[in-house]
Design a protein around this ligand. Sequence first.
Ligand code: SF4
Ligand code: SF4
Length: 661
Amino acid sequence: MRATREEYWQFSLPEKLLFYACALASVGYMCWQIWARVQLWMSGRPTGEVRQGKQYWMPTRAGLERWFGKVWTYILLQKKVRSSRPKTGAPIHLMMFYGFLALFVATTLLGINTYSPIKFHQGTYYLAYEVIFDTLGLLLLFGLIWAIVRRGSTKEPISKDSVDMQVLWLLLLITVNGYLLEAARIAINPQSQKGWDSVSWVGFALAQPLAALKGNVLAYKALWWFHALCVFVFFVLIPRLKLRHIVLAIFSAAGSPDTPMGKLRTIPMEEVEQTEQIGVKYARDYSRWHLMSLDACMECGRCTEVCPANAVGKILNPKQIVQDLRGAMASGAEVVPSLDPEALWQCTTCNACVEACPVLIRHVDIIVDARRNIVSEGGLSGSAALVLRQTASTGNAWGTNGNREEWMQGLDIPLARTTSEFEYLFWVGCAGATDAGAIKTTKAVADLLKTAGVSFACLGNEEACTGDPARRLGEEFLFQEKAMENVSAFERYGVKKIVTACPHCFNSLKNEYGDFDAKIEVFHHTQLLQTLVSKGKLLAAKPERGSVVMHDPCYLGRVNDESEAPRALVEGMVNPEFHSQKTRCCGAGGGRMWMEEALTERPSNARVEQLLATGAKTVALGCPFCKIMLDASVKQVTEEEINLVDLAEMLQQANSKASVT
Ligand code: SF4
Ligand code: SF4
């Protein structure tokens, strides 16, 4: 006789029918609940593929490949969870996920064997099935126990929501009961005498103390029904609790936008004419995917853990924003009053939350779309509103002082309008042309380009703000106006390549100007300088090992995933605790640089403390905004002499020393 086991052992037809009826009722209820949410998501903006002006719901082959790629990376490989800190419960989630997945696969295989004409649950396959899934189920068991202990611990800074705890207990009950059921079957069923039950080793071990149950079919049935009842309750709860992420995370990952993290949606003018509204007023104004992703939130709090505003005690809490929006989606209430408007303005658009979120929620899209609506209704005042007025009237976020050619005096900087041919447009940016600290960087970049023999030119007074602060403050059409103005300057001078020392300009030019027909290759200055160093045209700086710490700007290290180029320029730099894609924000992005901030609530203070904890006395930078923010904080955090220097300045110093020697 081949090794196997009988399904529904000792169950009569009426008992089976009762089971099917209960299963149908619980699964039906779950589907009905999900359908109610699907209708809410479908009220949003369509997100299917648009091809030749038509909306298609069936994706192309390439689209399907992208979907599967994302499910593989973010769901099956758990990329985001694996890269998060163990403190966030990452190992626990991984154990529970893989244990749950294993049991799901085991149940599905069993179901196919039971309800299809193909019978394969026997012989060697059966033996392998039993040993593998008996073992993998332990991952879920131990993960659940660990999660319960962690939640119960007073030392852990984790939500103590009693419902979460009850769900964990329910899952633990189902898992333990599953093993007990197996043990009871082995103890009670004479099949165990056939010798192959020992491969179900966990159940087999548990069966030994249950030997007295031999032949007690009633006890087996009682356990079986209890197990089934717990599973039915589990199905009913899935759509009602954060358990729903078990299903929705797959759809959230698969359908997540393919656009770069740093690209915000360009609002077409026709949309404004049709809807007579800018930005998001009601939840239905978000895309269908954005609405669905809200329901996929697993309430893990990773977004809030990395939020620089929340870390310094501000009320901004990205997890809460997602929860409040879910409420607004269900109730049909207006978005802005449902969130805290003050919190919306505290966001630096640093994208740390987006990078951390395991279900790929795009908090920054959500926040900026709400800001757009506030701005369109005249709800922005104070210094942020002043920046918008200055950008509109002078083309410089810093306002009237922004003569973009003053810094060039005596430096013989080529201008596009007087240079017949050049390879790179050196995009200086508002800060680079206006702020004293940033001008030092601008001059260093120009000097290095000359030293390395790079053919370049600047637009000078023909350059206007990229519109990045305006866009992120919610003034979409001021951004579009500046983008079109700049793109026409690129066309005028045949610009193909741009280099800039500002990661915010870099991001907008690289990721957002494509919507305005810009056909340009864009480089952050560290990227071009890295190429020049690798070609031997410039020398890398070699300070004393460990004396320099690298602060990755959010819009370079995280949003544009560039952290190698800066490190290729200066040898022996140390990293702070949070660096590269996990860098922490200086607090300047999203227009925050121009907003009032209480001294105790500056993200830059926290960042300076993290940087100085390395013991380094020089901080290497790659962003003018970071330089301004960190400079203001250094004085508050320490009395020591700390140097804040852009990487270009360090390289300039190294190369001028080399030319002297
Ligand atoms: S983008 Fe940054 S500041 Fe804004 S909510 Fe996310 S983590 Fe917080
Ligand atoms: S939004 Fe993402 S990171 Fe934040 S709690 Fe929800 S799932 Fe976690």
